[in-house]
Design a protein around this ligand. Sequence first.
Ligand SMILES: Cc1cc2nc3c(=O)[nH]c(=O)nc-3n(C[C@H](O)[C@H](O)[C@H](O)COP(=O)(O)OP(=O)(O)OC[C@H]3O[C@@H](n4cnc5c(N)ncnc54)[C@H](O)[C@@H]3O)c2cc1C
Length: 357
Amino acid sequence: MPNLDCIIVGQGIAGSNLAFELLKRGKRLRIIDASWKSAACLVAAGVINPITGQRLVKSWKSGQAHPYAKKFYAALEGELGCSFYHDRKILQLCKSAEEHQLWQKRLQDPEYAPFIGAHVDCEDQSSYKSLNAKFGYHFIERSAWVEPAAIMPAYKRYFLRRGVLEESQFDFARLSLHSDCVSYGDIRAQAAIFCDGAAAVGNPYFSWLPYRCAKGEILQIASDAEIPEHIIHRGNWLMKCADGEFRIGSTWDRENLDEIPTQKARAELLAAAASIIKTRKFEVLRQSAGVRPCTATTRPHLGRHPKFPRVLSFNGFGSKGFALTPFFAAHFADYLYGFGALDPEADLKRHIKKFYR
Ligand SMILES: Cc1cc2nc3c(=O)[nH]c(=O)nc-3n(C[C@H](O)[C@H](O)[C@H](O)COP(=O)(O)OP(=O)(O)OC[C@H]3O[C@@H](n4cnc5c(N)ncnc54)[C@H](O)[C@@H]3O)c2cc1C
């Protein structure tokens, strides 16, 4: 019976980054993943954006987590032997004169100024003739793109090569909890860590946590419009992915939590594309949908189950899994091995009184 430090359920970006961090620390583990049966990380844009939302505020933990992610992914590229992390500016097209003013205000704020680069005030000054720059644009600096289609298969190959990945559905009925370990089939381990993304809402140990998952859809489109290499943002994001092709996303739907592409999202994204690019010649090549593991507090759910301390959650990274999980994987590993407490905002303990029965 293999004696391991932990079993990790889920090889999405959260489970992969946590497993890598633990392997780096010499831990023995097994990852169990149902071959990405429902993996948001495969649909994601993979953008790391320090300023988000309609109010243009600095995103949570971006000051620590984003520089950490840059270093983490750079080292990981060497380990996995493939390139997937790209420093890439965001070309933020203003939607209105009011938004342009808000950017100007942010520019005066020393906390925000380092994140905001060159700007133009109106269409006439724009060098991007194919884009709708009616209200001007700003560049967001210190942003990046992690290429999901490159990193996820590279991670899978790496884990398979090391013999730590089992591609199967985790069967909760086979998990037994003992005082000194957990067991799953012929595996014994010190702990089971769930990194199961939006599937957590059906997880018998953690479904009580306040999740507010959100389906998101994206389109891959062929177009002859000239698209710069930046991540273009105007309510939606749009990114060139090959010559004559771009991806646009994403929609938000908190009702229909499935991976089925819809006509409604397609129409919404085509309208968004038409509001960003000055052409109507679009051919949809592919449409994909995934479910983000969002939480009611917009903070992850990290920590031990209140009754079964050998069962843990490393989940709830919402729409920021690529940006936040490198930093939190190290933070969680420190916590697991007694080198610090969990961030109180992310510690699932905060929900026990209100939600755990
Ligand atoms: C349209 C869209 C756009 C996005 N854009 C961005 C972006 O630009 N930047 C960013 O940082 N994030 C983005 N995200 C969010 C990002 O995808 C998530 O934050 C991230 O994928 C969460 O990682 P995860 O590993 O927790 O979950 P997932 O990626 O969903 O992975 C969960 C894994 O667990 C496995 N699993 C679940 N249950 C079981 C079980 N019982 N047995 C075995 N395996 C199981 C699944 O097969 C899956 O592989 C986007 C998401 C969507 C949908």
